[in-house]
Design a protein around this ligand. Structure first.
Ligand code: SAM
Ligand code: SF4
Length: 357
């Protein structure tokens, strides 16, 4: 099948998406990435937006089979950054003109945790004169909690569906984790008024190209504002790692597939925010940069305090142990290589959000 990629923006069928995800020839891939990159420029602009991410705790009540900080992993040190430490990091983000912060942690639903987050949102708003945009990535919560956090000033929420194939979702989670509940959370977040981000892991054991094409169509169907998806990366102390036969092949395949997913998504929904996620860098030293070249427009530099990074290893080779946030992004020579610049002091909201019904 041949597709006129340039004229397919906003409108790709499942077969066309599968075709793109199966591309192997260098020339065809070059055209795919070039088209996606051009669509980003046409629909957004030349700027790359920053979200400084603080991974403030690895304490988690859930047990996802792929994740290094799952509750059954007894080989890691559990930590929770203090409020002062988190606010210090938030101050760094503000002073360095990132304009936007992501608070992420393992999932907890107890009142102590919820109140802690309440306070954090209030204090981050205070310290930045209301200027820092706040994105949360704190898992499944009830409607009241999502509502409260929204009222306090959080305006974006990231909750990956992990896989839109319910059967596959169930294969990578214990029975106590519910696909329907996760989906319902995405609906609630949208109803409340958050800019909603979701995503999947790419290259999971048992996942087919058809599943991935369906994931992309799922993003369109639920009308997401932003997507953060990345390669599945092994963590040895997890049940899913035991299903991997050849780790080397998995790494190469998942990285290539992740770039194609980014490009295909940019063509399918040209005006959303798409992150070049940290997991790309775990598989290739210039992973994020290649994600940007394939159509992504957001990067999320890790601002987590260096003392804690080693304990927030969701997967192996999660970068940046001992690398400062400032150094991390000297890596991006954006002006020359990407014909782009960093959108300092701008929230960089997805234009898609403002076109919603
Ligand atoms: N606990 C919250 C949640 O699950 O939504 C937020 C933090 S969780 C660590 C953030 C994301 O990490 C998950 O949505 C998952 O996709 C990703 N993740 C976990 N383990 C991973 C792995 N082995 N490879 C790639 N991504 C992984
Ligand atoms: Fe917990 Fe999120 Fe990891 Fe699942 S992916 S174990 S919810 S931190």
């Amino acid at each position: 099948m041949q597709i006129d990629i340039k004229n397919s923006a906003g409108n790709l069928t499942s077969n066309q998406l599968k075709y793109l995800l199966n591309l192997k020839q260098t020339a065809e891939l070059k055209e795919l990435f070039k088209t996606a990159y051009q669509l980003r420029i046409n629909n957004l602009d030349r700027e790359i937006y920053l979200r400084g991410i603080i991974e403030f705790s690895n304490i988690c009540s859930k047990d996802c089979y792929y994740c290094g900080i799952r509750k059954s992993n007894q080989k890691i040190n559990r930590f929770k950054m203090s409020k002062t430490e988190i606010l210090e990091s938030a101050g760094w983000i503000y002073k360095n003109n990132y304009a936007s912060i992501v608070l992420q942690s393992g999932e907890r639903n107890d009142p102590e945790f919820i109140n802690f987050v309440n306070d954090l949102i209030k204090e981050i708003k205070n310290l930045s004169n209301n200027k820092l945009g706040i994105t949360l990535s704190l898992g499944e919560q009830d409607k009241k909690t999502y509502q409260k956090w929204f009222e306090l000033g959080a305006h974006r929420y990231l909750l990956r569906i992990e896989s839109s194939n319910q059967k596959l979702y169930e294969n990578i989670h214990p029975v106590s984790h519910s696909f329907k509940k996760r989906l319902n959370c995405l609906n609630i977040l949208r109803e409340i008024g958050y800019q909603v981000g979701t995503g999947v892991m790419i290259g999971l054991p048992g996942q087919t190209i058809e599943d991935l094409a369906n994931d992309l169509l799922f993003f369109k169907e639920i009308d997401v504002d932003m997507v953060g998806m990345g390669p599945y990366v092994i963590h040895k102390q997890t049940p899913l790692a035991k299903k991997i036969v050849d780790e080397k092949i998995l790494k190469v395949r998942n990285f290539d597939l992740a770039l194609k997913m980014i490009a295909a998504l940019r063509i399918l929904i040209p005006d959303i925010n798409i992150a070049a996620t940290t997991a790309l860098d775990a598989l290739s030293p210039d992973g994020k940069k290649r994600g940007l070249k394939a159509g992504a427009n957001i990067i999320m530099p890790v601002i987590t305090h260096p003392n804690y990074r080693k304990d927030y290893q969701l997967y192996e080779n999660k970068e940046l142990i001992g690398v400062s946030a400032a150094d991390e992004f000297k890596k991006f020579d954006l002006s020359k290589e990407l014909n782009a610049k960093i959108g300092y002091n701008k929230w960089g909201d997805s234009p898609h959000y403002f076109k919603r019904n």
